[in-house]
Design a protein around this ligand. Structure first.
Ligand code: NAD
Length: 356
């Protein structure tokens, strides 16, 4: 860090319970918030898990809504709020990845309900006061203190079932938060330390999980990294990488984690040329001459998705995406226009190795 640089550390506001078997503490965490009846949220794919949780909570379960989907469409939120009101719940519990947690946040924002998030991917939404929602094909994002979950329970055991492909993409999604935190305009030394430690955790955990998905210590390291990455995402502002993912996810409905995984080497490679040694923790942790190349090789080693064309995007989609993204007023450490964005997208579409 430049010693003369001033900073603001916004603090970390959620209560975090981390470990193996921590789901057993859910009822006492509800008590701690003074809550008696929870509406439980999940995606349709995790219905069985959330129903098992409902049985376990017994009379503290007010109802189950297993209709969460990616990018938090407003019509799904409306149906979930109707379920929340009908069940006379006094809080929500979101079990799953960013889709379930996003739904919990959308309900909390509109009803004031307390939230307990139980993340089972590495997306990091549980630690942020950010909500992205879609309506009529457009994604809007807002920040509000009411969006931040009161309590987050990380239970390593729940991450053991995350399929390999999603483990890798979601891990790279988390690394994206850490990488952009390192050069954020409002970065601070505490969150930069957390970001660097998170990248180190994923650098060893992801290959170990691929070799043995049931390896609990590697799963614990990855979930620990996810917590750190979520906290840095919640604490500083993101730049070009998140802006492009937002454009593609919101406008072209590309899958969230995979979009992050594919774009990451290219956006970070683009910015690496302008940020001095701020991204050094990336190349130090992953091993590589430059941050973009290190990320590209790490992704290839993990058999991660590497080409936007494999998500069904066409080159004319890239033209449209570049035009949308260039209109957005985001801070980025390296100035860019539509032509630069189009080049980054083209490289990510083809999956070529970034120059930096
Ligand atoms: P997701 O929540 O959609 O999960 C992907 C799939 O994996 C789902 O079918 C889910 O049920 C399943 N799954 C999750 N955990 C599993 C497990 N342990 N075992 C088996 N299956 C499991 O995907 P995601 O990438 O976690 O979240 C993406 C969403 O989160 C997007 O809508 C994105 O915008 C949002 N997000 C928001 C923020 C924020 O701060 N607001 C941050 C990150 C992501």
């Amino acid at each position: 860090m430049t010693s003369a640089r001033a900073f603001v550390f916004p603090g970390i506001r959620s209560r975090v319970v981390f470990g193996s078997g921590t789901l057993a503490q859910l009822a006492s965490e509800m008590d701690r918030l003074g809550r008696k009846r929870a509406l439980l949220l999940a995606t349709p794919q995790q219905r069985k898990d959330v129903e098992a949780l409902a049985d376990r909570l017994g009379s503290a379960t007010a109802g189950v809504f297993a209709g969460a989907v990616m990018h938090t469409p407003v019509n799904v939120t409306r149906a979930a709020i109707a379920a929340f009101e009908q069940s006379r719940a006094d809080c929500v519990i979101a079990l799953g990845g960013g889709s379930s947690i996003g739904l919990g946040k959308a309900i909390a924002l509109r009803t004031g309900a307390d939230q307990i998030a139980i993340p089972t991917t590495y997306a990091g939404s549980e630690m942020t006061d950010i909500l992205g929602e879609t309506s009529g094909g457009e994604k809007t994002t807002r920040r509000d203190p009411a969006i931040l979950p009161e309590t987050v329970i990380y239970d390593v055991d729940l991450s053991l079932t995350l399929p390999k492909e999603m483990t890798v993409s979601s891990g790279l999604n988390a690394i994206a938060h850490a990488a952009e935190a390192l050069y954020a305009a409002d970065r601070n030394p505490i969150l930069s330390l957390m970001a660097a430690d998170a990248i180190r955790a994923f650098a060893s955990a992801l290959p170990a999980i691929l070799a043995n998905p049931a390896a609990k210590s590697a799963r614990a390291d990855a979930l620990y990294g996810a917590w750190l990455c979520g906290a840095v995402l919640g604490g500083v502002s993101m730049a070009l990488h998140h802006m492009l993912c937002h454009t593609l996810g919101g406008g072209f409905d590309t899958p969230h984690a995979q979009t992050h995984a594919i774009l990451l080497p290219h956006t970070i490679g683009f910015n690496a040329a302008a940020v001095g040694d701020l991204l050094k923790p990336v190349s130090d942790a992953l091993g590589g001459a430059t941050p973009g190349k290190a990320l590209h090789r790490f992704a290839a080693r993990l058999d991660a998705p590497t080409r936007l064309r494999d998500l069904g995007l066409t080159e004319s989609d890239l033209d449209r995406a570049a035009a949308i993204a260039a209109r957005n007023p985001y801070f980025n450490p390296r100035p860019f226009g539509m032509a630069e964005i189009r080049t980054v997208l083209q490289d990510a579409w083809a999956g070529t190795e970034p120059p930096f």
